[in-house]
Design a protein around this ligand. Structure first.
Ligand SMILES: Cc1ncc(COP(=O)(O)O)c(C=O)c1O
Length: 388
């Protein structure tokens, strides 16, 4: 057996195994655990969308699709983005259907990162952002977002992190783990900065339909931003389709040419059955999205009011399905809080440190769980706090 240290590339060794998985592993092995940990919709994929998938299996040839994806899906994505945000993408040359947004990360960073190129990443952020940049040879440069700024990145903080190696700003709003959304004023400032410094913006908008209050700000729809933005979108969260593995990338054709090279050699095409289901999701999924969004909003209100009532200060999340309370008032850090809560009361929440800098004194609570389960979990959290 060759020496493993020499065998495994340094950039892969540098990335630690996700702490989330070992944590969820422990939680899954314990009896009577209520998990507010995993960020996955508890809804089943709406039946008509599922039906479109299985009808395709019986009625259509399930071979590879075009590398860029089923043409009818690319047309549906294009029309949907135009309808929702007024931004237009040519289905022929500016949209690729990917294996979830996850594969989109791979295509984009492999295509743009030279060794040592810097990508600015506001923190706290989704756990896969930095590893994907590092795997591609890039260097993530974190910019801390503060609760007092509603967990939004500030243009001046981004500016301070820019060097002559900076290639792109990589943002994800509505945000996992904070539930923050991008306000229009702030988005415009970031857009101005990107223009002034001639930077690409990569925008993961996978939770775009899950907003509670202000409408979602789609970065490519901001003035002057369409051609300097790579838009990532998906079906996993908005349509409860995590296991179908479909997402998409949108950008101008010159960038798409590079992304599609990585995509076609890596996966050929996204799963065909899922692409047929995704067409149905766009065509008939709207009432289901609204129904799920309304229910998440009800749970969100329960979570925020319960946290406040318990004295755990929580910034009001306006998007996705996460709350990110501070546990500093308990005297415990996020890791200790989450571990003790799991061991003592069998409630799983995720330590905020898993999401980078700024998360240390926080935990992430995913409220994509039944209302009654959330109520029971909060009864246990209350008991835990009373004992501290
Ligand atoms: C912010 C964010 N982006 C991307 C993904 C991955 O999505 P997909 O299922 O489309 O690969 C997730 C999943 O949790 C996420 O939270």
């Amino acid at each position: 057996m060759p020496d493993l240290k020499g065998l495994i590339a340094e950039r892969v060794r540098r990335v630690p195994v996700s702490g989330l998985h070992s944590f969820f592993g422990i939680a899954a092995s314990m009896p009577d655990v209520i998990s507010l940990g995993v960020g996955e919709p508890d809804f089943a994929t709406p039946a008509p969308i599922v039906r479109a998938g299985y009808e395709a299996v019986y009625e259509k040839a399930i071979g590879y699709t075009a590398n860029a994806g089923l043409k009818e899906l690319r047309i549906a994505i294009s029309e949907n983005l135009e309808r929702l945000y007024g931004v237009t993408y040519d289905p022929e040359s500016e949209i690729i259907v990917t294996v979830g947004v996850s594969e989109g990360f791979k295509c984009v960073f492999t295509a743009i990162c030279e060794e040592g190129d810097e990508i600015i990443v506001p923190h706290p952020c989704f756990v896969a952002y930095e590893p994907e940049i590092i795997f591609a040879g890039g260097t993530p440069v974190p910019v801390k977002c503060l609760a007092e700024n509603d967990f939004e990145p500030l243009a001046e903080d981004i500016r301070a992190a820019v060097t002559d190696r900076t290639k792109a700003i990589f943002i994800g709003f509505p945000n996992n783990p904070t539930g923050a959304v991008l306000s229009r004023g702030n988005a415009l400032k970031i857009a101005e900065l990107a223009e002034e410094l001639d930077l690409l913006v990569i925008s993961d908008e996978i939770y775009d339909r899950l907003v509670y209050g202000e409408p979602h700000i789609s970065v490519p729809a901001l003035p002057g931003m369409r051609d300097r933005t790579v838009l990532m979108g998906g079906f996993s969260k908005d349509y409860a389709m995590t296991g179908w593995r479909v997402g998409y990338l949108c950008a101008r054709p010159e960038l798409m040419e590079a992304f599609s090279k990585v995509h076609q050699y890596a996966v050929m095409s996204a799963p065909t059955i899922s692409q047929f289901a995704a067409v149905a999701a766009i065509e008939i999924g709207e009432p289901y999205v609204e129904e799920m969004r309304t229910e998440y909003d009800r749970r969100r209100k329960l979570v925020v009011s319960s946290l406040n009532e318990m004295g755990l200060s929580c910034f009001e999340p306006k998007g996705a399905f996460y709350a990110f309370p501070s546990v500093a008032s308990t005297g415990l850090d996020g890791d200790t809080f989450a571990n003790r809560l799991l061991m003592e009361e069998q409630v799983a929440v995720v330590p905020g440190s898993s999401f980078g800098i700024g998360g240390e004194d926080h935990v992430r609570i995913a409220y994509c769980k039944l209302y009654g389960e959330i109520e029971t979990a909060f009864g246990r959290i209350r008991r835990f706090l009373d004992r501290l």
